[in-house]
Design a protein around this ligand. Structure first.
Ligand SMILES: NC(=O)c1ccc[n+]([C@@H]2O[C@H](COP(=O)([O-])OP(=O)(O)OC[C@H]3O[C@@H](n4cnc5c(N)ncnc54)[C@H](OP(=O)(O)O)[C@@H]3O)[C@@H](O)[C@H]2O)c1
Length: 416
């Protein structure tokens, strides 16, 4: 049940802030979030799986203890049902949430906090690219947009949303603002966990918490505007007040999460660095490219190679996996496709397992963080990154992709 007063408060906040989200786009503050078990919605495929029976009793409203794998490892999940907007307003009524850095996460988390009617300010380097981007998003100099130092001084929550390499550089200048009663907030365990490389030591008198959205800041924003909500993880690095976990959960809802699961800073950074280098980003480009190139080398046309590699995956099959799971997607395909996929999946698994094992070891021993810090500490790191991503855009496969996407009937000839 959505409290009408809460909705009105939020709408008023949107009007005050001149935000772009329409009132209809605001999330239903008291509404239950996404179903934890996507599988529960699947067409009947026999008995309910063990994982779907794996709730451990008793379940409190908004907090669930779930044995996801059915192996006895019970995890805690917090849903936003427990944090209607009036509770959020009350919880943060004496706080100034200072976003330090305004990249993808700053944009998504910052605009969501602003739309929720919370007292949020942005702190970035004056004159930098982010300063301009923040102004374009309606943050106003002297009102809610400040130089990074001034914002850190005003903030009671210091939200460390600069790049991970930038944090090492900025942190020594910000430590003096991390005084008793303030809370230091991260969206990645990178800086505190790899402190030997980053030089970032937790301030003695502050709670240090984490809320790491599992997606780009752009998705944090769009899901919030659609009334849904990203899934995030929360963790506590240092608990001075005894309230650190509660603060992390409250912040996760405030920045727009639908539900959030508990982890540690270490587990978050290892799994995150590993995942993005693997299936989420590095692996997917490598696999697409290898498959496309072999098709082309065997005389297949560019459109056929792209359709059989990327377009069908992204438009037809992966969404089915996302909605219902891999077995459902397999069952939705022909017997011919299913036979081959079932035979080849273990071949790929065997070939790739050593790559993943090596990758995890490189993440854990700090090699991947060293590489990131040394690369992103270069003054011209943005241009250097652009050069490499431009090179991907220039690959035949993705040039073909533009023309294939423009053929989608809903695009009327345009590649958006
Ligand atoms: N993007 C994601 O998908 C994602 C998802 C979950 C968590 N995270 C985490 O969220 C945090 C922020 O990531 P992001 O992707 O939003 O931002 P980002 O692109 O990594 O960083 C951009 C911001 O860092 C600032 N910055 C860079 N060097 C700085 C320095 N030396 N001093 C002060 N500011 C500096 C930039 O300001 P200027 O414009 O002035 O250079 C800009 O505001 C990171 O910890 C990241 O790991 C990101």
């Amino acid at each position: 049940m959505i409290a009408p007063a809460a909705r009105n408060l939020a709408r008023a906040a949107v009007r005050r802030a001149g935000a772009t989200a329409s009132a209809q786009q605001l999330p239903a503050a008291g509404a239950r979030s996404l179903s934890i078990f996507a599988g529960a919605a699947r067409p009947s495929t026999g008995s309910i799986s063990a994982q779907a029976q794996a709730f451990s009793a008793p379940q409190a409203r908004g907090i669930k203890h779930i044995d996801f794998a059915g192996d006895g490892q019970v995890e805690t999940v917090y849903e936003r049902a427990d944090w209607p907007i009036e509770k959020l307003h009350d919880y943060f009524k004496n706080d100034t949430l200072a976003l330090l850095g305004y990249g993808s996460q700053g944009h998504g988390q910052g605009l969501n906090l602003r739309d929720q009617g919370l007292n949020v300010i942005v702190g970035v380097r004056k004159g930098g690219a982010s300063w301009k981007e923040a102004q374009e998003d309606g943050w106003v100099e002297g009102k809610n947009l400040f130089d990074i130092d001034e914002a850190a001084q005003k903030g009671t929550y210091l939200m460390m949303l600069m790049s991970d390499a930038g944090a090492s550089d900025a942190y020594p200048k910000l430590v003096k603002y991390m005084t008793k009663g303030k809370t230091v907030y991260w969206s990645h365990g990178f800086s505190p966990v790899f402190k030997d490389q980053t030089g970032i030591e937790a301030p003695k008198e502050c709670d240090v918490i984490l809320c790491a959205p599992k997606g780009s800041g752009r998705t944090v924003r769009t899901l919030f505007k659609e009334g849904r909500g990203i899934n995030s993880s929360v963790a506590v690095y240092q608990d001075i007040t005894g309230k650190a976990l509660e603060k992390a959960v409250a912040m996760s809802v405030a920045v727009g999460s639908g539900y959030t699961y508990e982890t540690t800073f270490e587990k978050e950074v290892y799994s995150d660095l590993y995942g993005e280098r693997g299936c989420l980003m590095g692996g997917i480009q490598g696999m697409f490219k290898a498959q496309y190139d072999v098709l082309r080398a065997n005389g297949h046309s560019p459109s056929e190679a792209f359709n059989e590699t990327c377009e069908e995956a992204l438009m037809s099959l992966y969404p089915l996996v996302g909605e219902h799971g891999m077995d459902y997607m397999y069952k939705a395909c022909s017997t011919t496709a299913r036979r081959g996929a079932l035979d080849l999946a273990p071949v790929f698994e065997k070939a790739l397992k050593p790559v993943f094992e090596d990758l995890y070891a490189r993440v854990k021993d700090g090699s991947e963080t060293r590489r990131t810090i040394s690369f992103a500490s270069q003054k011209n790191y943005r241009e250097l990154f652009d050069k490499e991503t431009d090179a991907i855009a220039a690959q035949e496969m993705w040039r073909v992709g533009h023309k294939v996407r423009a053929l989608r009937p809903d695009r009327a000839g345009k590649d958006l």
